[in-house]
Design a protein around this ligand. Structure first.
Ligand code: SF4
Length: 181
């Protein structure tokens, strides 16, 4: 637990949003996440409950009190590892999850809950900034079984298109575009 009296000292801080008239002009990120010091203060609000209801409220059972504590201590790498131990796509959940963990947070009984989602968002963004998270494309397989599956799917798709649109020309063009297997 970062700060024993944190939940009494600090108010919940919501993430910001870029102005509507600006964000309707592009498809870039429009949520303004917490900066380092803001995330630290928000993490300090966590009471490290003996029974962390946030943890059971989270659909993937994120170990929330632990990463809150690590963010408070500014150990971002360990916080990221803790987050990744239960969640392999915090890039998404930190942005679009409805955050049932916050509804379950003990602090929500008589105060604003800990801003768990915004802390998660801050952790994963920090991970990308630091280069701790890198794309992991699936390896290209040369399995003969996969090739046979592709060929099979090719013929099924052709059969479907022929029956659906009766367009032999389209099929011929499409088939020539297929990579050789
Ligand atoms: S329920 Fe809320 S206060 Fe308790 S450990 Fe979880 S996040 Fe912290």
């Amino acid at each position: 637990m970062g700060k024993i009296t944190g939940f009494m000292e600090f108010e919940r801080l919501e993430e910001g949003y870029r102005p509507v008239d600006e964000r309707v002009k592009h498809y870039k990120e429009f949520v303004i996440g917490l900066d380092e010091s803001q995330a630290k203060v928000q993490a300090a609000r966590c009471m490290d409950c003996g029974t962390p209801f946030c943890n059971s409220g989270c659909p993937v059972n994120n170990i929330i009190p632990d990463f809150n504590d690590l963010v408070f201590r500014q150990d971002w790498k360990q916080a990221l590892d803790t987050l990744h131990s239960t969640n392999n796509f915090p890039e998404f959940t930190g942005r679009i999850c409805p955050a049932p963990c916050e509804a379950a947070c003990t602090l929500n009984v008589n105060d604003d809950p800990v801003g768990i989602k915004s802390i998660e968002h801050a952790i994963i963004d920090r991970g990308w900034q630091e280069g701790w998270v890198v794309p992991q494309p699936a390896p290209v397989t040369r399995s003969p079984y996969l090739r046979r599956t592709i060929v099979w799917a090719d013929y099924c798709a052709m059969a479907f298109l022929i029956s659906r649109w009766k367009s032999i020309t389209l099929i011929a063009v499409w088939s020539r575009c297929r990579p050789k297997v």
